[in-house]
Design a protein around this ligand. Structure first.
Ligand code: ZN
Length: 382
């Protein structure tokens, strides 16, 4: 990317620009993994493609035995939204006022680029103890069924045991390294259809209005305190994301009402306990309904010390301050890696522009993030 006319922003910046220029909308990897392999091959990494259902999954390893440290990330990005509202083409890296703009700049091609450069420096400086691995997928932003989840299933079935994992998702809040993610809430959703009987609004006794049955049930669900959280997690939250009923005519009692709702739940509740409590409410208000549940992640919490201690020490050495431990926010592939038994943390750039128009990352943070990763490797794999 750099030529005589552009300032040198360093190797992480250069690799990140090359990644942003690959238009890798889920589940298209768009050549990102090929680029990463070209960087990792000279270091001695062995590659295995665990591709699945059109998703590109790269498992790259170096060394042998334990501990096994996984550096995990996704090459896919979310859609751009209206192009005319971007200050520049989202797939042409663009520098303005110390920021690098492009889709994936923060979520999470910068994490991947910083990890690759950290590994290059780490290996140049001395021998590796144990195994270092990259787990890279192109299906994180979509349904995430055929990406990391699949790779972990395959590796677990072979008896591979993971000790540590760093996921390079954008975890920082206002300043680089001010926050790391040490756990995530679980996610449980439901497509609910309440069945009634269609009729004329003038003859309500001949119909059965599902909206009237659903409203008190929803009011109760919205008002319920599911738990109060704990020292690591905020309380479980319930949110309705979709509500639909009616034929469009103003004189027809609808025959059914559809709702989609979602729980982000902490370790004080379980998917089964939440389902049971929802059904208890629905059973009281709605004689006939169909509930289709989808469970997309168990909650996890990394409480073992060594990875977190190494991460904190490395961040303090680079930034001068201690990170806050965070368990809120959306889901990530850490939900598939942590249940494998790996101590898992997410460390990455500032997340305020992820999934938004004009996604960007601070250029000065790129080399610092890479040094944070390198510091963790130094403390655990030397
Ligand atoms: Zn991400």
């Amino acid at each position: 990317m750099a030529d005589a006319s552009t300032p040198d922003h360093g190797p992480v910046f250069d690799l990140l620009c090359q990644l942003i220029a690959r238009k890798s909308l889920t589940p298209d990897d768009a050549g990102c993994c090929e680029l990463l392999e070209a960087r990792l091959a000279p270091l001695g990494f062995r590659f295995e493609h665990i591709d699945h259902e059109g998703v590109t999954n790269l498992w790259a390893t170096l060394g042998s035995g334990s501990p096994l440290m996984i550096l995990a990330g996704h090459t896919d990005v979310v859609p751009t939204g209206p192009l005319e509202q971007w200050i520049s083409d989202p797939f042409e890296p663009n520098v303005r006022d110390g920021l690098l703009y492009g889709r994936g700049a923060a979520d999470m091609k910068s994490g991947i680029a910083a990890m690759v450069c950290a590994v290059e420096r780490f290996l140049a400086a001395g021998p590796l103890r144990g195994t270092l691995a990259f787990l890279i997928t192109s299906d994180e932003e979509g349904m995430a069924r055929h990406g990391t989840r699949h790779v972990v299933e395959v590796l677990r079935s072979r008896g591979v045991k993971a000790d540590y994992a760093i996921v390079g998702e954008a975890s920082s809040n206002e300043n680089l390294g001010d926050r790391i993610v040490v756990g995530r809430r679980g996610s449980l959703g439901c497509n609910l259809r309440v069945l009634g009987k269609q009729g004329h609004v003038a003859y309500p006794h001949k119909g059965d209005n599902p909206v009237h049955r659903l409203m008190p049930a929803l009011a109760e669900l919205v008002a319920t305190q599911w738990d109060t959280g704990n020292e690591h997690f905020p309380p479980t939250s319930f949110q309705i994301s979709n509500f639909h009923s009616g034929t469009g005519a103003n004189n027809v009692i609808p025959g059914e009402a559809d709702v989609i709702f979602n729980f982000r739940y902490c370790t004080e509740s379980t998917a089964d306990s939440l389902k049971a409590r929802v059904h208890a409410v629905l059973d009281r208000h709605c004689p006939r309904y169909e509930a289709q549940w989808w469970h997309t992640g168990e909650p996890f919490l990394t409480s073992q010390a060594d990875l977190i201690e190494a991460a904190v020490a490395s961040i303090v050495a680079i930034t001068g301050s201690k990170p806050e431990f965070f368990t809120g926010g959306g889901t990530s592939d850490a939900r598939f890696i942590a249940p494998w038994g790996a101590q898992t943390v997410e460390i990455g750039p500032i997340n305020d522009s992820i999934h938004k128009l004009n996604e960007h990352v601070k250029i000065e943070d790129l080399a610092r993030l890479s040094r944070i990763y390198e510091g963790v490797l130094d403390r655990l794999l030397r």
